[in-house]
Write a protein that binds this ligand. Sequence first.
Ligand code: NAP
Length: 245
Amino acid sequence: MGQLEGKVILITGGARGQGAAEARQCAAAGADVWVTDLLVADGEKVAADIGGHFLEQDVTNESLWNEVIDEIVVTSGSLDGLVNNAGIFKIVPMTQTTLDDYRRITEINQTGVFLGMRAAAKQMVAQQSGSIVNISSIAGLSGAASAFAYGASKWAVRGMTKSAAQELGPSNVRVNSIHPGIIETEMLQQFDVLGPDIRDRLTANIPLGRTGAAEEVSEVVFFLLSDSSRYCTGHEFVVDGGMRA
Ligand code: NAP
């Protein structure tokens, strides 16, 4: 019997990378997992592999959020966990950031998380239980000179997490943020613009001496979705090999 037996969990951006690792781990622990993403073929494959469900979803679409939650609740009966994982990353410093870039990154990484929390909270408050896990970044803990808009969006996720935790705590709904460091997913390709030696330079700043695996983040997501973390809310959980120690 897994630690998430009977829990219904929604993971956005779950077609690949960290979201897919989270989906696999939650399903293996007995959860009924719903994966959403823009990437339909990859998302359907993850869902088929784990015996879960896939829905195409753009997290910036407000009305679609309500449709997704409604379909999950009608089909699976509840919503016990939401992982706001979908996100985009772009290397561009503040002085070169266009308004379009700023708006696009904010819309997905920040507004998408707000819309997800709000839609899920309606159901979770009615149930008087739930756990929301928002994926921020170490860029949400300190300055990010080379990724200005991304850093701003991830600081917003950290702040929204605390406000939502305060608001929803009396309804037994927990909200926490996770702050990954350098994790081996397709997102890391964005660093290539900083030169061929960028990976060595990044790794040199990690006390554990290596980048992280998606599964090493999903272990912490798993903990926050499970009842083992039932007294944790409103806080940051850093998974960075010591980079921001
Ligand atoms: P990833 O492999 O690029 O996965 C992100 C997923 O989100 C992709 O499938 C992407 O689909 C999807 N997505 C993007 N925009 C979306 C939208 N509007 N609606 C729905 N889905 C959307 O990257 P990852 O590393 O797993 O990232 C997961 C989360 O961790 C992100 O929030 C990221 O910011 C955060 N994070 C990553 C790292 C790292 O080093 N990898 C470090 C810190 C934090 P498309 O390909 O279609 O865009």
